[in-house]
Design a protein around this ligand. Structure first.
Ligand SMILES: NC(=O)c1ccc[n+]([C@@H]2O[C@H](COP(=O)([O-])OP(=O)(O)OC[C@H]3O[C@@H](n4cnc5c(N)ncnc54)[C@H](O)[C@@H]3O)[C@@H](O)[C@H]2O)c1
Length: 245
C-alpha cells in the first residue's frame, strides 16, 4: 500500500536538507523524484545520488517566488514524466532578524518565498493532479508556526503559521477533487539552514536534534496511500519538544 512505483513526486527545495531527504525517501519507495530548486546544482546532486542508488530522479530549476517559473516547472515535469501525483513544498528560508530590526523588504522576501511560494506551487499542481483524480500535497511548516520560534524571526513564524492555516483551507477545497493536503511541522532539525545557530537538544524529550530523514519519513507517510483518510492534518516531528493534547 505504501508503494509509490509509477508516481511522480515534485519536491520544492529538493536541492538541500529536508527536501533532498524527501526526494531520497520517496524514490526509495518507488517514486520518480523531481528535485525542484533555485539552486539547480544542488537539485542535480540530489538526482544524481538517487540515480546512483538505482532510483528514478531528475532535477529542475524553480524559483517559487516567480509564478511563471512555477508554471514552467509544472508543465515541464508533466510533459517529461506524464503525471504529477505528489507535491512536497520544502523550499524556504530562515531569517533571524529581531523585531526592532524588521524591515518591509525582509518581511516581504521571506513571506513571498515561504508562504506565497507554497500556495502558488499548490495552485499550479492541482490541474495536473486532477487529471488522475488523485494527489497528495505535503507542506513543510514548522514548530515555529505553532509556538513561535526563538531562533527565527517573527516573519518566519508568521509564514509557517500561515502554512498551517493554508493547508487546512486547501484541504477543504481539494478533498472533493480527490487530493489530500497535509503538513509536517518539524522542530529543530540539523540542516544547512540551522547550521551554526547553536541549537541544543535542551527541552527535546528524545534528547537529540532531528535529522532530515526523520522529517522525510513523516512526509512519505502523508504522500503515500498509507494516509488515505488523512487531510488537513499536521504531523509534528519534534522529538517531543512540543506536545499537543
Ligand atoms: N531545519 C530545520 O530545523 C527546520 C525546522 C522546521 C521547518 N523547516 C523547514 O523545512 C524546509 C526545508 O528547510 P531545510 O532545513 O532543508 O533548509 P535548506 O536551506 O537546507 O533547504 C532549503 C532549500 O530551499 C531552496 N530555496 C530557497 N529559496 C527558494 C526559491 N525562491 N525557490 C526555490 N527553492 C528555494 C534552497 O535553495 C534550499 O535548497 C523549509 O521550509 C524550512 O523552513 C526546517
Amino acid at each position: 500500500m505504501g508503494d509509490l512505483t509509477g508516481r511522480t513526486a515534485i519536491v520544492t527545495g529538493g536541492g538541500s536538507g529536508i527536501g533532498r531527504a524527501c526526494c531520497k525517501v520517496l524514490a526509495e519507495y518507488g517514486a520518480e523524484a523531481v528535485a525542484a530548486d533555485i539552486n539547480l546544482e544542488g537539485a542535480e546532486k540530489t538526482a544524481e545520488s538517487i540515480q546512483e542508488q538505482g532510483g528514478k530522479a531528475r532535477a529542475v530549476y524553480l524559483n517559487v517566488v516567480e509564478l511563471e517559473s512555477v508554471k514552467e516547472m509544472m508543465e515541464k515535469v508533466y510533459h517529461e514524466c506524464g503525471r504529477i501525483d505528489i507535491l512536497v513544498n520544502s523550499a524556504g528560508i530562515l531569517d533571524p532578524t529581531r523585531v526592532p530590526d524588521m524591515t518591509v523588504e525582509k518581511w516581504d522576501r521571506l513571506i513571498d518565498i515561504n508562504l506565497r511560494g507554497t500556495f502558488f506551487c499548490c495552485q499550479q499542481a492541482l490541474p495536473y493532479m486532477q487529471k488522475t483524480g488523485k494527489g497528495a500535497i505535503v507542506n513543510i511548516a514548522s514548530q515555529a508556526g505553532q509556538v513561535g520560534g526563538w531562533m527565527a524571526g517573527v516573519n518566519y513564524s508568521a509564514s509557517k503559521g500561515g502554512i498551517l492555516a493554508l493547508t487546512k483551507a486547501l484541504a477543504r477545497h481539494c478533498g472533493p477533487l480527490g487530493i489530500r493536503v497535509n503538513d509536517v511541522a518539524p522542530g529543530q532539525i540539523a540542516t544547512e539552514m540551522t547550521a551554526g545557530r547553536g541549537d541544543t537538544p535542551d527541552g527535546i524529550a528524545l534528547g537529540r536534534l532531528g535529522t532530515a530523514e526523520d522529517v522525510a519519513n513523516a512526509v512519505y507517510f502523508l504522500a503515500s496511500d498509507l494516509s488515505n483518510f488523512c487531510t488537513g492534518m499536521t504531523v509534528d516531528v519534534n522529538g517531543g519538544q512540543f506536545m499537543r493534547s
